[in-house]
Design a protein around this ligand. Structure first.
Ligand code: ZN
Length: 489
């Protein structure tokens, strides 16, 4: 009988918290693109005689994330020292919360492998400082082949929240969805930008396999996955690798392995340490962190609607396909744009359709973000109204939309500029077009009003002007009728 395997995955996610200054000093956290070793001070480079001062904002962001994860917030916590030497860690210890984390025992709901909602437990969320960064001299930046290495302490002591899951995840797909859900959550909360490529969200995976004959493979930690896709591929690779070894009756080494995205494989980096190797002890230079109930309640009251709550509300309130709901709620700002359109009177289906096809197309083309989008929800709705009222065809409306966005002009200006009108221009739209033609031809109107219009020549001229402005899309009889009302015979 062939063996089958059950996959057991737990994830540790480091999220860089969105603060201006570092965890224990006033140095800037803005290290991306900064000249190496410019955002540093004696404290974050581990000089003797310096004392850490806790950045209060970090605690607030940590509590926000902990509450959103449904965790219990510990009222009294302490920071601890994790002792080890590495050139990017000048103190030779990292300040972290080992014994009592800021938050623990939460959960996140994802889609289970059977398609039903599935809860992944959150073991803990704790605060800690980041290390500096080693830069190696080889042309590809890797240590292999380098004759020299440099150290940049700009990232040293930047605040992180580490979010540790229970080993509840059972497939690479679920791991990916779990990380995507957390990333969306920290962005909604404004806690972090959650950018995996820039390293402001870093995922380490612990994966082991249970064999159908009762054996367990040892746990392997996989690092260096810089995207959701890389995470999924790395885990798929490990399932194949570990499965092959276990099938042959072999044993899995407990170790840390690095994912190489271009090679599509993991390789051994070092044997895995146990936590007692780090000789943790309480940080003597920081007092206990004591949080009052009212402090936590204030933060809880201030939490925004969370992504999964927003999705549930959209399902209740708007008759939209699931796919639309996922796209619209992906970013909080996009969801707010959509809701502002609906509030301004657009039908949810039409607003969603236009945002998904047109608004997101333009944003993708320009690499912009919805918060910088030049067209306000009100202006978009004005355009959608013309489509709904059949005053503009969808094709013409898309052209007008492009003009409104690219030239930052009003609906009326865009309609003029595009030279489009109005499949079936009628009603108020036509009446206002007639009005503008009358205003532009005051002398002709005078002639008609003074009854000097022989054989209705001038009236026909005005009608022709209106038809021209309407690019032939108005009904001539309706134009004549409006002219007769405006200029009674
Ligand atoms: Zn500093």
């Amino acid at each position: 009988m062939s063996l089958t395997f059950t996959t057991v995955i737990g994830l540790e996610i480091h999220v860089q918290l969105n603060t201006r200054t570092k965890l224990f000093c006033g140095c800037s956290t803005d290290y991306i693109g900064a000249t190496p070793n410019t955002n540093i001070c004696p404290l974050c480079t581990g000089q003797p005689g310096t004392l850490p001062v806790l950045n209060e904002r970090v605690v607030e962001l940590g509590v926000r994330a902990g509450l959103a994860l449904g965790c219990t917030i510990n009222r009294v916590t302490r920071f601890d020292r994790k002792n080890y030497f590495y050139p990017d860690l000048p103190k030779a210890y990292q300040i972290s919360e080992f014994y009592v984390p800021l938050a623990e025992k939460g959960e996140v709901t994802v889609t289970g492998d059977d398609g039903k909602p599935y809860k992944v437990g959150i073991t803990r969320l704790h605060l800690e400082e980041d290390a500096g960064k080693l830069v190696h001299g080889a042309s590809d930046g890797r240590i292999v082949g380098s004759t020299q290495s440099f150290v940049d302490y700009n990232r040293s002591s930047v605040p992180l929240a580490e979010i540790v899951s229970e080993p509840d995840i059972t497939s690479p797909r679920m791991a990916k969805e779990y990380v995507a859900t957390l990333r969306q959550m920290v962005r909604y909360l404004g806690v972090s930008d959650g950018d995996m490529e820039k390293g402001s969200m870093r995922v380490d995976a612990n994966i082991s396999l249970k064999v159908s004959d009762g054996r367990w493979g040892n746990r392997v930690e996989v690092k260096n996955m810089n995207s959701l896709r890389a995470l999924e591929r790395a885990l798929e690779f490990e399932i194949r690798r570990q499965g092959a070894i276990l099938s042959d009756g072999g044993e899995i080494h407990q170790e840390t392995r690095n994912w190489d995205d271009s090679a599509g494989e993991t390789s051994s980096s070092r044997s895995k340490e146990e936590s007692n190797d780090y000789r943790y002890f309480t940080e003597p230079d920081l007092p206990p962190l004591v949080l009052s109930d009212s402090y936590i309640e204030d933060i809880e009251r201030d939490l925004p609607e969370l992504p999964w709550e927003k999705k549930a509300r959209y399902e209740r309130d708007f008759d939209l396909p699931q796919d639309d709901i996922s796209v619209l709620t992906e970013q909080k700002d996009l969801a707010e744009y959509f809701e502002a359109c609906v509030k301004a009177g657009a039908s949810p289906a039409r607003a969603s359709n236009w945002i998904r096809t047109e608004v997101l197309r333009v944003l993708n083309e320009r690499g912009g973000h919805i918060s910088e989008f030049s067209l306000s929800p009100a202006a978009l709705v004005e355009l959608l109204r013309m489509v709904e009222g059949k005053k503009l065809s969808t094709t013409a409306a898309k052209e007008v939309f492009d003009a409104m966005v690219s030239r930052e002009i009003s609906l009326k200006e865009a309609i003029d500029a595009c030279g489009v009108t109005a499949g079936n221009l009628s009603g108020d739209g036509l009446a206002s077009l007639v009005q503008s033609v009358l205003e532009a031809n005051g002398d002709v109107v005078e002639v008609i009003r003074s009854c000097d219009d022989k054989k209705d020549k001038k009236r026909k001229f005005l009608q022709g002007q209106v038809m021209k402005e309407a690019r032939g899309q108005a009904d001539p009889r309706e134009v004549a009728k409006i002219l007769d009302i405006e200029l009674p015979r």
